[in-house]
Design a protein around this ligand. Structure first.
Ligand SMILES: Nc1nc2c(c(=O)[nH]1)N[C@H]1C(S)=C(S)[C@@H](COP(=O)(O)O)O[C@H]1N2
Ligand SMILES: [Mo]
Length: 419
């Protein structure tokens, strides 16, 4: 937690951006003759910046794009591959000049391939070869990295690399290919291997609006560092983090139709794409009777998109929502500056952005969006504040459920005491 506070103190720009966006919204309410006086609006925006809850990973005050070192690290491995000494990294192919990727038929359920890429035959793909593919076609997209087993995002990234399909084709698959299995380096210990997989259909075609699955070598415009899975990791745009295997070392082309993911062995639903949900960033825990309640937060825009953030404030007893009175919060526009990137601008050709670096639509799937709201004053008592999202199909998200094998699916609730 101390470390997170360190990041918090050193990286004010996300907070500043959040405050700037929310201030514009609150001041707008004043000129519209709304709920707040000018003095109140100033007071809540100043208050807001003090009340951010840095203990929530995705809520960390940080630039819009999270610096690589500020991602929360949940990697497995003893020792952690990124903690190996440089010499060992060079020995096992964890540096850019020693990295090799083998592309093989799965020994147990082989696909028929014409050109396996192996170290033994000296044709494994090296970093220069990967960059060469990248010269022909680089893929770049924004995506929030979220762990299926945690509630909050680990970090927001601009990921860059080569389409996985371009690498699969190098191996000349001919027949009996149903899935691509992929492994990351784990100390040459079979028990430690971290692996995941995708149906070949997802590798070869992209669902509407989604970028390709990539072999990623850059994050936020810089070489992917060792802690984030460098030199090369998989990044699967629409999925939770466990599909984005780090320290990528092997692709196995298989005729097996089922997943062999490490996360499947651990009791998780491995076919669950990223959910849409809302969370608070700043909310007062106590207010005076009759005083307006100003709240700000962010939403993770999952696979189902985002059309609205909604909030409710109800007496804390009974514990369940009885009235179901949801009010629309204000979804704030895209950041004006893409803080956390070199030059704070988006390069042309980035998926989902136009040639001038503006998002083609907002909110954008797979990213974080900001929201803010002001609720009218209520009589004294204990209240429960809730926030949720309405996805692009008009369905309230997340669909709450008692089991969480498919990822965090809770409506955020905060107790507010009105005195
Ligand atoms: N090789 C390897 N890749 C891995 C993991 C791992 O332990 N080893 N963890 C996965 C999980 S569970 C998540 S949530 C993401 C986290 O990515 P990050 O470290 O960039 O935040 O990496 C994934 N890739
Ligand atoms: Mo994870």
């Amino acid at each position: 937690m101390k470390l997170l506070w360190g990041a918090f103190v050193n990286n004010k720009s996300f907070l500043e951006e959040h405050a700037r966006l929310t201030r514009r919204y609150f001041m707008g309410l004043v000129t519209a003759g709304g709920l707040l006086s000018g003095a109140e609006a100033l007071a809540v925006t100043q208050e807001n910046t003090k009340k951010v809850k840095p203990e929530k990973a995705g809520a960390r005050p940080e630039p819009y794009f999270t610096p690589s070192m500020n991602f929360r690290d949940v990697s497995r491995g003893k020792p952690l591959p990124h903690s190996l000494p440089d010499e060992k990294k060079r020995e096992v192919g964890l540096t850019r000049d020693t990295w090799r990727l083998e592309v093989l038929a799965d020994p147990d359920h082989p696909a028929k391939i014409g050109n396996p890429l192996t170290r033994a035959t000296n044709n494994a793909l090296d970093f220069a070869g990967l960059l060469k593919l990248g010269e022909k076609h680089t893929i770049r997209f924004a995506k929030v990295m979220t762990c299926l087993n945690l509630g909050c995002p680990l970090g927001m990234g601009l990921w860059e690399g080569v389409a996985l399909r371009d690498v699969v084709w190098l191996a000349q698959p001919e027949d009996k290919l149903r899935r691509v299995f992929y492994h990351g380096y784990h100390n040459n210990d079979p028990k430690q291997v971290f692996r995941s997989s995708l149906p070949v259909g997802r590798v070869l075609e992209d669902p509407p609006g989604l970028p390709p699955v990539i072999l990623c070598y850059k994050l936020n415009g810089e070489w992917l560092d060792s802690e984030r899975g460098g030199p090369v990791r998989m990044v699967v745009p629409e999925d939770y983090g466990f599909k984005s295997v780090k320290w990528l070392s092997h692709l196995f082309l298989t005729n097996l139709a089922t997943s062999n993911d490490t996360y499947a062995d651990q009791g998780n639903d491995v076919d669950s794409p990223m959910k849409t949900f809302a969370a608070t960033l700043s909310i007062p825990r106590t207010i005076k009777a009759g005083e307006a309640l100003a709240v700000t937060g962010y939403a993770q825009v999952g696979i189902s998109g985002l059309s609205k953030v909604q909030v409710s404030l109800e007496p804390a007893t009974p514990a369940k929502t009885v009235n179901n009175i949801w009010k629309d919060a204000e979804l704030l526009s895209a950041p004006a500056r893409w803080t956390g990137l070199m030059g704070e601008t988006i390069l042309p050709g980035t998926h989902g952005f136009d040639a001038t670096g503006k998002p083609q639509s907002w909110p954008m799937r797979l990213t974080n969006a900001h929201w803010a709201t002001v609720l009218p004053g209520v009589p004294a008592g204990e209240y429960t504040f809730r926030c949720r999202t309405i996805d692009a199909q008009g369905i309230a998200q997340p669909l709450p459920r008692p089991f969480r094998n498919s990822g965090h699916a809770k409506i955020e609730t905060v107790t507010v005491s009105v005195q």
